[in-house]
Write a new protein. Structure first.
Length: 154
């Protein structure tokens, strides 16, 4: 199944991450838009939580938060385009639509937020402590501002 997603401008979103990481090569990740059954299955299998969620991230690298990434250190993770593959993200379309309505902003804003959130997880960021959550939210908003989808711009 192939899903077209006009609400995501991957080139603009990728450019908005400039300055959010340090690497001597391009980074790549996979983004998959899934239905509620698939996100629930993944959440149950991977996290042992049997419920629908909005986004799941599957990092391929560990310990990279704030680290300069050099392709020579990750030769097994370089993709066919010469980019360093950092992992996969699954976004539940239905939850994204529901949350956009709940939060009073556009589906495009919510979808881009969830992908941005997922990418930061792939880059090693988390929100387990209040301090980490604040840092991650600031970074997410900075990226979304660059593509005119900040909370204010919606």
């Amino acid at each position: 199944m192939k899903i077209e997603c006009e609400e995501l401008d991957f080139a603009a979103l990728a450019a908005a991450f400039d300055g959010e990481y340090s690497a001597d090569c391009d980074l790549s990740c996979e983004v998959v838009i899934v239905d509620e059954n698939e996100i629930r299955r993944l959440n149950s299998e991977i996290r042992k939580i049997d419920k629908v969620t909005d986004v799941l991230s599957f990092p391929s690298l560990e310990g990279i938060r704030g680290v300069r990434l050099e392709h020579k250190d990750y030769l097994d993770e370089i993709d066919e385009n010469g980019a360093l593959f950092i992992g996969s993200i699954a976004v539940c379309e239905a939850r994204a639509r529901e949350q956009a309505s709940e939060y009073g902003h556009s589906y495009a804003r919510e979808l881009n937020y969830l992908v941005t959130h997922g990418v930061f997880h792939l880059l090693g960021y988390d929100h387990m402590t209040d301090e980490d959550k604040r840092e991650m939210r600031l970074r997410e908003e900075r990226v979304l501002q660059k593509i005119n989808l900040s909370r204010d711009g919606q």
